[in-house]
Structures are given as C-alpha cells and as structure tokens.
Design a protein around this ligand. Structure first.
Ligand SMILES: [Zn+2]
Length: 314
C-alpha cells in the first residue's frame, strides 16, 4: 500500500512515493516558488508525477503553520500567504487521489513514531531542536492535534513567566531557552566570561561570531565551555520534559534536529533535569530519552503515512 508524501519547506518542496514500511520508492524535489498559487501548482504536478504508473491510496501534504483538525484548511502559515486557505480542497480537485494536509512538525514526528525511535511505544513526545523548538505528540498510537488542530506547539510552552520575548509574541517559551539559538546565547555568555569559555572565545574572535557548527565542533572535542552551554540547554529541555510528562505521561521523549547530534552528551543533562524537576519523583515510571533516528525525509515519509492511515480509516 503506497502513498505520496509532500513536504513544503522554505527553500524546496520535497516529495516521495512511500510504501507502508516507510521506504521511499521514488522521490522528487523542486525549489519552493514565492507565490502561493505557484506552490499549489508545483504540489499538484509533483503528486501527478509521483503517482504516475503507481497506485497510491492518497497524498499527504505537510507545511509549516496551523492546520485544522480535519487536515484540510491552513488557518495560517508563517512563510506562505495562506490565511484560511482550503488547501486540501484546492489540490484534491486537481489530482486523482484523496489528499490530507498536515503540519510539517506533526508529519515528521509521526514518521519518527512509526519508523524511527518511537516505533515500539504507544505514547511519545518528540522535541526538534533546530533554530527554534518544534515537536509533535503521539498519544495512544494517534497523532495529537488538539480540538482545533493547533495543538502540540510544544516549543511555545511557557517555562519562564515574564521571560524572554518569543517570536510568537508570548514571553518565556521553551523555544527561547532550549533551541539552537539559545545554545548560541549560552556559548556567547561563556565566551564573555573566559575561564572554561576560553576556547569558545578563541573561536569567536577568529571567526567573528559563534555559529552552530563551531559550537558543535567544540562539543565533539568535549571542550568544557561548549559542554557547559549544552548542559544549560539540556537542563531547560529536561525541565520542559518533566512538565510534559505530568500531563501526557509518554513512554519516550525523542530529541531531533541539528543540536541532537550531540547524542548522549545532550541526553544526560536532559535526563538529570527531568528527574530533578519531576513532581512525585520516584513514583513515576521513567520514560526513555532517545535521539531521533530519522534525519532526512521524515516530513515526507510521515505525510505519506498519515495519508495512508487516513485512507484506511475512511
Ligand atoms: Zn513562543
């Protein structure tokens, strides 16, 4: 049983024909056009190309933004001029397969649940640590969307009342404390202090600024300053996980995104902070903390699988 997954990113539209084991059979990509109408044209053409000669049961289209619980209308997209856009209907009338629309982080999280680190559990939270903090929630083997479809925005869970202003307009979101950008901030603060931050300061004065790859390289060398910055990050993510655990009780937390390539060096401070901050500690079964296994194409594979799930259930 094959399905098509499309992931509309900021720079490219990626698509694939995917089987029920999450294996990509054929794939395609084009640059993302600027105009929203042109994006829809590209998606229609890609679905047609990928389905040619095959028999897909549906197509899932993933994009950043708020999408309604019926996987149909894009309420709002941050990077595309979609406001209450009936995207599913617009695409479905132009292709010969059923279409669903899904938030891109949800689609990628679903792929991790079905085919990656979460494949053996029923309840999982994934936090994707990139420039910001994204994520997805699976409860009882189902993707959690919320009543309006705008749930699972885990990056905007408040961890500091009145804290740092976030891009979403609120203050104190975990995105401001647990993201790649926050890691850079911690690294710069340590570089300013000297001491264990000396290697960070040296790189900064050599390159003019500290970027993610610089910090990652120092983490890989177990530089004490870079590791201290990573521990600060992990501490916040562990605290956020403890709050999420009280509400959702997942068997597993998965961490993805570029920063998660630090592996166990990131998971250790997360686990420690989780245990320190967990209410009723000692009486709560301990979830697993894992690094995401799917690196590329998770959005495409997840979108395809959600289309397949939709086809089965309808
Ligand atoms: Zn926010």
């Amino acid at each position: 049983m094959q399905a098509i997954g499309i992931d509309i990113g900021g720079t490219k539209i990626a698509g694939a024909l995917v089987d029920e084991l999450g294996t990509i059979i054929r794939e395609d990509r084009v640059p993302t056009p600027k105009q929203s109408d042109a994006i829809e044209d590209e998606v229609v053409e890609m679905i047609t190309r990928l389905g040619d000669g095959a028999d897909p049961v549906g197509a899932g289209v993933a994009a950043a933004g708020f999408i309604d619980a019926a996987q149909s209308t894009v309420y709002y997209a941050p990077n595309i001029a979609w406001r209450n856009e009936p995207l599913r209907q617009k695409i479905e009338t132009r292709v010969d397969v059923p279409v669903i629309v899904e938030n891109d982080a949800n689609a990628a999280g679903w792929a991790e649940f079905r085919f990656g680190a979460g494949r053996l559990v029923s309840d999982m939270v994934i936090l994707t640590i990139g420039t910001g903090v994204g994520g997805a929630i699976v409860t009882d083997d189902r993707l959690f969307r919320g009543g309006f479809g705008a749930g699972a925005e885990v990056g905007h869970m408040r961890v500091v009342p009145g804290g740092l202003l976030c891009g979403c307009g609120a203050r104190g979101c975990i995105e401001q404390y647990g993201s790649g950008r926050a890691l850079q901030r911690y690294a710069n603060e340590l570089a300013d202090q000297g001491g264990i931050g000396q290697a960070l300061a040296d790189v900064r004065s050599r390159n003019g600024a500290l970027n993610g790859p610089d910090i990652s390289a120092l983490i890989q060398q177990h530089d004490p300053g870079a590791l201290a910055a990573l521990r600060q990050l992990g501490d916040w993510l562990g605290q956020a996980s403890a709050s999420l655990s009280v509400v959702l009780d997942p068997q597993m937390f998965v961490f993805g995104g570029g920063v998660a390539q630090a592996g166990e060096l990131l998971l250790e401070p997360i686990r420690n902070a989780y245990l320190e901050n967990l209410p009723a500690r000692g009486y709560h079964p301990e979830p697993e903390f894992r690094i995401a296994e799917l690196v590329n194409d998770a959005g495409v594979v997840g979108a395809a699988d959600l289309a397949r799930v939709h086809a089965i259930s309808h």
